[in-house]
Design a protein around this ligand. Structure first.
Ligand code: PMP
Length: 405
């Protein structure tokens, strides 16, 4: 499905690309929009009073509007970042003492399945502020352990709950609506910070309905360019967030002794932004909307079912992740007994099958839950089909023959 929209895939018809969790391929409309911008529309935004610059500003702001409506936000709550990593650092270092009190019994709670981008910034802020760090456990069937979350919340003064919407290693999707409503009742002082890097391209997200405080995602995981991402935040929080990047474009006034900040969203977008990237991401979101995120979700569910059926009937194949279609995305980590993950990935590459091998930036999960140093990960998007899954399992059979000879 949709393969013909992606020039890289049509230029490499032999390629079976199964690494969309790392980055998606880019459709023609996105590539063309970026090229068109540089060839016809390039100027800095928010500065010039000439037509070209006003037009560039309009395009940049239209893109913000498109992205806002995709997640049911207002445009002023959408901050352009370079990706989830920057978004999480902006929150972890920008929240003041009123949210995380230095040298107190406050706890910053993460989960054991967090990507390092939603873990290391909180860990480092916790160390700097001398507060407690906590990690919600993962169950044996690779889901967030809600019982453990309830225990921690009862016993601790949790100020931040930083959790992923969909795990980039396990594929598990957490029921945010249920978790957030539990937290509002039982821990009203907690800010909920969601890493949407994986979820955004695979399921509908409505930040108002979820009642989430912050939601971050990266453009390159949803058919957009690299180096651009989004941080959504509630207005009162973005208002109170200290801007960790200061300089041009984000000020109202500058005096020798102090400065005041521009209104949102400019306060949190210091310097010349990634204008072409923002426009490209807007196009990527339009492209996704045009197909329909629910349609994408339903299609990927079919792929998940097919993958799991194959996995269950394959010898020596160990899946690290939910073994059914319920609340999971099309990201599969696995090992094949007797073959090291990196060897397997290399043998698959010989057959032009692109998968990832390693710890997937989730070292805590690998140590605590999976107890292996590395897995192979195959991840799917709208341009994949059942034939790609067949090719993967044929590739695995090939690797087994290489290792048995
Ligand atoms: N969180 C998750 C779940 C991810 O999969 C990734 C990307 N691998 C990130 C955060 C970090 O995204 P970026 O590198 O674009 O900042």
């Amino acid at each position: 499905m949709y393969k013909s929209d992606f020039p890289l895939l049509t230029n490499h018809p032999e390629l079976v690309y199964l690494d969309s969790a790392a980055t998606t391929q880019k459709p023609n409309v996105v590539i063309e929009a970026i090229k068109h911008f540089y060839e016809n529309e390039n100027a800095n935004v928010h500065r010039g009073i000439y037509k070209l610059s006003e037009n560039a500003t309009d395009l940049y702001e239209q893109s913000r509007n498109t992205i806002a409506s995709f997640i049911n936000s207002k445009p002023e709550n959408i901050i352009f970042t370079s990706g989830v990593t920057e978004g999480m650092n902006m929150i972890a270092w920008g929240l003041g003492e009123e949210f995380i009190e230095t040298n107190s019994d406050d706890m910053l709670l993460m989960t054991s399945m967090e990507h390092h981008s939603n873990l290391v910034p909180w860990q480092q802020r916790g160390i700097r502020s001398d507060v407690k760090l906590g990690y919600v456990k993962v169950t044996k069937d690779y889901r967030l352990n809600l019982k453990h979350l309830h225990e921690v919340v009862k016993a601790q003064n949790v100020k931040i709950l930083a959790l992923t919407h969909m795990s980039n290693t396990l594929g598990s999707i957490s029921d945010l609506k249920q978790i957030i409503s539990f937290m509002r009742k039982n821990s009203p002082q907690t800010l909920i910070v969601v890493d949407g890097a994986q979820a955004i391209a695979h399921l509908p997200v409505d930040v108002v309905d979820l009642d989430v405080d912050f939601y971050a995602f990266s453009g390159h995981k949803i058919f957009g360019p690299t180096g651009i991402g989004i941080l959504y935040g509630k207005s009162y929080l973005l208002d109170r967030l200290y801007p960790i990047h200061t300089g041009g474009g984000m000020i109202r006034t500058v005096e020798k002794a102090e400065s005041t900040w521009a209104p949102l969203p400019d306060k949190l977008e210091a310097g010349t932004p990634n204008i072409a990237g923002a426009i490209g991401l807007g196009k990527a979101i339009e492209y996704t909307k045009h197909i329909g995120i629910q349609k994408i979700f339903d299609y990927e569910q079919e792929l998940i079912e097919y993958f799991i059926t194959k996995a269950n009937s394959t010898d020596r194949f160990n899946l690290f992740g939910p073994n059914n279609t319920k609340d999971r995305g099309a990201v599969f980590s696995f090992e094949v007994d007797g073959i090291h993950a990196h060897d397997l990935a290399q043998l698959l590459d010989e057959k032009n099958i692109a998968v990832r091998a390693g710890h997937h930036c989730t070292q805590i999960l690998m140590k605590e839950v999976l107890q292996v140093p590395a897995t192979v990960r195959a991840s799917f998007s709208i341009y994949n089909d059942k034939h790609d899954i067949d090719m993967l399992f044929e590739g695995i059979d090939y690797a087994k023959t290489v290792f048995s000879s």
